[in-house]
Design a protein around this ligand. Structure first.
Ligand SMILES: Nc1ncnc2c1ncn2[C@@H]1O[C@H](COP(=O)(O)OP(=O)(O)OP(=O)(O)O)[C@@H](O)[C@H]1O
Ligand SMILES: [Mg+2]
Length: 241
């Protein structure tokens, strides 16, 4: 089920020339409904996916650099102007969940090691050993399997850690949690595999306004398919003198 039903910006707090409203897709604010348990953001690099996810995570009360309500390891973060302008509509409100920011997973792992020095049982929740002693994909799946349960999960490019095979396993875990009504996922992704998740909603940031698209309409799907069907055609074009 969706816990977070919608988000919208208060128009008086949208300052179009100031970051992050200077990002084209945010220039007139943000107004989104979450109608599926699994929502993806797609868009070109720099289109604003991480900016939006971070603001949603802040609104959920999760640490800006990744983690949940109880994790506060980056005291330098201040509330983003987008988070300050957003209003959230919940039914019911949940406080449990997690924000995974791909770039700061390393810092998160270090933080977990630090708190585990005082209470080693903490590591049980992360696959039984330090996240630094597991590979990127292993540590991510350990976090997911041991920690994700009921709540809202905000994930920024989870595929960065995962082989295609593990992406499939990851989707089985998503399915287990979302189809039983336990969890809602909001995910930024460039992976045509993940984007194919059934009954998800894909919101594209490419264009004048955020719009819902099918996976087949995404560049991620089309370019990957066309490339794999005939790589030489792409290389001839790419490498021509
Ligand atoms: N603190 C900042 N001040 C000004 N501009 C910023 C700041 N942080 C990010 N930007 C810009 O905002 C835009 C959106 O960045 P964002 O990280 O949200 O993109 P993204 O869609 O997540 O891209 P990617 O697919 O590469 O992860 C980019 O043009 C980026 O350069
Ligand atoms: Mg990003």
């Amino acid at each position: 089920m969706t816990f977070l039903k919608s988000i919208r910006t208060i128009s008086e707090l949208v300052e179009p020339h100031k970051f992050p409203f200077s990002i084209p897709i945010l220039s007139s604010g943000l107004n989104l409904e979450f109608s599926s348990n699994v929502t993806f953001f797609v868009g070109e690099n720099g289109s604003g996916k991480s900016t939006i996810l971070e603001a949603i995570a802040e609104g959920c009360g999760f640490n800006h650099s990744g983690g949940n309500r109880n994790h506060s390891y980056s005291s330098t973060d201040t509330e983003s102007d987008l988070a300050a302008a957003l209003r959230f509509s919940w039914m019911p409100k949940v406080t449990n969940g997690f924000f995974m920011r791909a770039e700061s997973f390393y810092n998160f792992a270090t933080y977990i090691d630090q708190i585990a020095e005082e209470d080693s049982s903490i590591l049980q929740g992360y696959g039984g050993k330090s996240l630094h002693h597991q590979s990127h994909g292993e540590s991510f799946l350990a976090l997911f399997v041991n920690h994700f349960n009921r709540g809202i999960y905000i994930l920024d490019e989870p595929e960065a850690a995962l082989s295609p095979n593990r992406q499939l396993a990851f989707m089985a875990l998503i399915h287990e949690l979302e189809s039983s009504g336990k969890a809602q996922f909001i995910i930024a992704s460039h992976s045509p595999i993940l984007l194919s998740y059934p009954n998800s909603v894909i919101l594209s940031l490419d264009g004048d306004a955020i719009s819902q698209v099918s996976v087949q309409d995404t560049e991620h799907y089309r370019i990957t398919r066309d490339f794999l069907e005939n790589p030489d055609r792409f290389f001839r074009h790419l490498f021509e003198e």
